[in-house]
Design a protein. Structure first.
Lengths: 159, 159
DNA sequence: CTTCCTCCTGCAAACAGTTGCAGCTACAAT
DNA sequence: ATTGTAGCTGCAACTGTTTGCAGGAGGAAG
């Protein structure tokens, strides 16, 4: 758990306490190789401490989220996904028909964040976006099967 | 209800049915002057039909969402907000400290959607974004109180 | 080491949203 | 007008997340 020392310091400095439960939750997220659901975090922590409560997990995630140590993303799965933010920044394109998830490089969003900062003075949190839409293949299927049914949607979404 | 005729046509052409419940839900959303929660829609519909069920409201919203007639947005209030999309397209900047909500013109996001379409062939649904971050004033307060500034983001989207 | 204050925990109940099911209905075809 | 059927409805049960509360523990100060 020595690798959590910096995090522990960050927590303490903002008036938060370092409890065994929090350490276990922290450790579970850090050592996972990617996104996790709250249930997966629970499961992992339960291996060392069976009495952990869901509300503790969510409350801890709330704290870590507020401190921007962990990102929370709705990937359309009916549950949030949590990830340690220190790993490389990336985003996701999620097809609403076939549910395929692909990666989107952060460079696509840096421009947006810069524009918003310039024009509105607003510093956007863009760590982990999930953007829904239609992948290339599903666009083709929609065009052939739907006829001109959704003529309106055929028009441009963003362009 | 004559103003719903085009919508009715759209629904029918995609194999959906036009039921009284759907008409009432449709009407409630169209005649509201902005975002509504599912509960508010329920309440409104109940004035003319007391037996409407939550699941019917959500299922109908799901259909309308999928057809891009209505947008669904997580504005950080613990419940989704729904809005008729034919009104001018717009997005929101939401400050995570002071909860202030400001408008963001659609032009900021058209470029992003175009870039994604060009490079990934993916047609992003960007009907109604809520972008979280820090407003100008709260950035200043954070800077003076010695905050470290990093971001976490939540991507949520209306289909 | 003790005291004290604040923050944290587990529990239970509440809340927003989803799902499986059996029966009903819109609506196209006849 | 009648029929057939895909799709819709209300109900109830369920999932994921949040909240109020009373007791418990971290950790700074003495």
């Amino acid at each position: 758990m020595s690798c959590e020392r910096a995090t522990a310091e960050t927590l303490k400095q903002s008036g938060q306490r370092l409890t065994p439960q929090r350490l276990m939750i922290l450790s579970a997220i850090r050592h996972a190789g990617g996104h996790m659901s709250a249930a997966q975090i629970m499961e992992q922590v339960k291996e060392s401490y069976a009495y952990i409560d869901v509300s503790t997990v969510y409350r801890t995630l709330g704290v870590l989220k507020r401190m921007h140590l962990v990102s929370e993303t709705d990937m359309g799965l009916g549950e949030y996904r949590y990830e340690w933010v220190e790993r490389m920044r990336h985003h996701h394109l999620i097809c609403r028909d076939c549910d395929n998830v692909s990666l989107l490089d952060d460079s696509f969003l840096t421009g947006l964040a810069a524009d918003i900062l310039d024009d509105h003075g607003f510093r956007a949190d863009i760590d982990h976006f999930a953007i829904f839409g239609l992948c290339e293949e599903c666009q083709r299927s929609a065009d052939t099967s739907g006829g001109k049914a959704n003529g309106k949607a055929k028009g441009k979404e963003g362009a």
